[in-house]
Design a protein around this ligand. Structure first.
Ligand code: SF4
Length: 71
């Protein structure tokens, strides 16, 4: 499990659950990236402060329930 702070909370990735579907990259491209294996990673750099709703969309639409947002 890896996590990063955002403007209003902390988002965690459970890479062992990730299926590499890429939904989170579409919904929150400023926050998530995919590694060479296709698994989710955090994009380099600090996420902008105004991406919380994008992250919520990514969390709610991840088919593997691999993302968690904690306030
Ligand atoms: S949406 Fe979920 S399963 Fe798909 S790449 Fe992102 S974390 Fe992985």
């Amino acid at each position: 499990m890896v996590s990063a702070s955002t403007g209003t909370g902390s988002v965690a990735i459970d890479r062992e659950r990730c299926l590499g579907s890429g939904q989170c990259l579409v919904m929150a491209p400023d926050v998530f990236d995919q590694d060479e294996e296709g698994l989710v990673t955090f994009r380099d750099g600090v996420p902008p402060a105004d991406v919380t709703s994008d992250i919520e969309d990514a969390v709610n639409n991840c088919p593997a329930v691999a993302l968690t947002l904690t306030y």
